[in-house]
Design a protein around this ligand. Structure first.
Ligand SMILES: [Fe+2]
Length: 198
């Protein structure tokens, strides 16, 4: 595991430099929280938990400056991250969450293969489902149950843009879907005050 070139606070400042919309910032914080809890669940070291968390926090670093032209999403990220001192391995993992997306010509033909790649893609994707479900429940995540979330997962009309297949990639790294729901809900619960949930 490579060392991170910047602290968590510096990473957060970097995120805010390129992203201003509250909903986007909430998505990054939730992705970080899910990644941290997932790494913890897997029994990884403190250093690795930090690394996984920062991947979640920075995964869409260039979104704020590319969303007007979606096909350019993740084309600016490498330079931003390189300038901040991140190595090519970290950058490739960030890019991997866009692999397979038809909207991204530069990444659509690539496939995720590594454990950490599936973890990042599944984690950042499940935040959309949990946040939407929490809003439906009067912002409550504290008493959210796996069974309820599972129903929303199965209902393809609910938060229809959330790609269920990407969430299912978690099974490729040996984590059952129900277990992942639990890990992700818990992760977001840990930071609920920061993301407008209760
Ligand atoms: Fe994202």
């Amino acid at each position: 595991m490579n060392k991170l070139p910047i602290s968590r606070d510096e990473a957060w400042e970097l995120v805010k430099k390129y992203n201003q919309h509250e909903q986007d910032l909430i998505h990054y914080l939730e992705s970080e929280a899910v990644m941290r809890n997932l790494a913890k669940y897997l029994g990884l070291s403190e250093e690795e938990i930090e690394y996984w968390g920062i991947l979640g926090l920075l995964h869409d670093i260039d979104w704020g400056i590319t969303k007007e032209n979606v096909e350019t999403h993740l084309t600016k990220a490498p330079e931003i991250l390189r300038n901040a001192g991140f190595d090519e391995k970290f950058i490739e993992t960030i890019l991997s969450h866009g692999y397979g997306f038809q909207e991204l010509p530069h990444l659509k033909d690539k496939k995720r293969i590594e454990k950490i790649q599936h973890a990042l893609a599944a984690s950042e994707t499940i935040t959309g489902l949990i946040h939407a479900y929490a809003l439906m429940r009067g912002k409550r995540v504290s008493d959210m149950e796996v069974s309820g979330l599972k129903k929303k997962f199965k209902d393809k009309t609910f938060a229809a843009k959330v790609d269920r297949d990407v969430i299912l990639e978690i099974e490729k790294i040996g984590i059952p879907l129900d277990e992942f729901f639990k890990i992700a809900i818990e992760g977001i619960k840990n930071i609920k005050d920061k993301v407008g949930l209760i």
